[in-house]
Design a protein around this ligand. Structure first.
Ligand SMILES: C[S@@+](CC[C@H](N)C(=O)[O-])C[C@H]1O[C@@H](n2cnc3c(N)ncnc32)[C@H](O)[C@@H]1O
Length: 283
């Protein structure tokens, strides 16, 4: 989409405003915005200024920083996250997950999707679990978290445009999705049995503590670390480490690697990691 020239813009937006936004979202959610995102940031936050009746970005940012307005902080964060996801993204992860689930003896088996976005990832995990145990009530509990509350609302509703199911084969579509009719034509709904397996909850990976128990048999932490710098990634990996079971699997995104954290996690397959202490014990 062509962006309006700076002078035609509805709201005053300077380079200083952009740098301030970069600092605030980095401090708040760890997200490092590239300079190329300047126009995208304008259009996403312009909606917030309109909603609040403000004329300039600096007034909006002053409000954000001084008013202690938790709701606006959430709206600011929601506006700046990138939520691209898909059902069965990186399909080899789900084949491995299925085998891993069958080998588990603990009940229930705890699984965590820690950047769940609009839900395609946790529902894919739920489907893999149903298939692993050939049951719509497999012995798993899935925690699906994200810093963005808006995507979590979509995830929890479990309703998607039919095109989102392109990568889901016919058999899975029939078994795990309900096709909408009438006003819902063109949409599909995940089977309620899948929703029963998942708890959706906001969680900021930057928080000092997650208030979670574990141990998780698998953690899906995919395509979120790319937004963080290495020290932030390391701090997050350090918090996730004790929550993962010793024989647990940590799934990363296709362009993420953690060779700067080999004291915590070791690669054991294509973008799959195990706890370093468990690997050392086994050696
Ligand atoms: C590109 S999506 C990845 C979704 C899914 N994991 C996948 O691989 O398809 C990245 C998600 O990370 C979330 N995110 C960004 N910063 C976060 C943070 N500090 N804590 C938790 N989630 C965060 C975003 O809201 C977004 O939904």
């Amino acid at each position: 989409m062509t962006q309006p020239a700076a002078t035609d813009r509805e709201f005053t937006y300077t380079e200083r405003d952009f740098r301030r936004i970069c600092r605030l979202i980095h401090e708040h959610a760890g997200i490092a915005l590239a300079p190329s995102k300047r126009d995208m940031v304008y259009s996403r936050l312009a909606r917030r200024l309109r909603a609040l009746g403000m004329a300039a970005f600096d007034a909006y940012l002053d409000h954000l920083e001084s008013a202690g307005d938790a709701e606006e902080w959430q709206a600011f964060t929601n506006a700046l996250t990138t939520n691209l996801t898909a059902f069965f993204r990186e399909p080899h992860h789900f084949d491995l997950l299925t085998r891993h689930l069958r080998a588990q003896t603990r009940r229930p088996i705890l699984l965590w999707s820690c950047a769940a976005s609009t839900g395609e990832e946790p529902y894919s995990i739920a489907i893999a679990a149903c298939e692993a145990f050939d049951s719509m009530t497999p012995p798993v509990r899935i925690l699906a978290t994200d810093v963005d509350t808006q995507v979590l609302a979509t995830a929890s509703a479990g309703i998607y445009p039919i095109e989102r199911l392109e990568r889901v084969g016919d058999e899975r579509r029939r078994r795990f999705f309900l096709r909408g009719a009438g006003p819902y034509a063109g949409q599909c709904r995940v089977h309620p049995a899948l929703q029963q397996l998942i708890t959706f909850r906001p969680l900021n990976l930057l928080d000092a503590g997650y208030g979670l128990r574990g141990p998780f048999a698998a953690v899906f932490c995919r395509n979120v670390m790319i937004y963080f710098d290495k020290p932030t990634q390391y701090a997050i990996l350090k918090r996730i480490h004790p929550l993962l079971a010793r024989d647990g699997l940590f799934f990363a995104g296709h362009s993420e690697s953690f060779f700067h954290a080999t004291d915590l996690f070791r690669a054991c397959g294509q973008t799959v990691y195990r706890r370093a202490d468990a690997v050392e014990d086994a050696a």
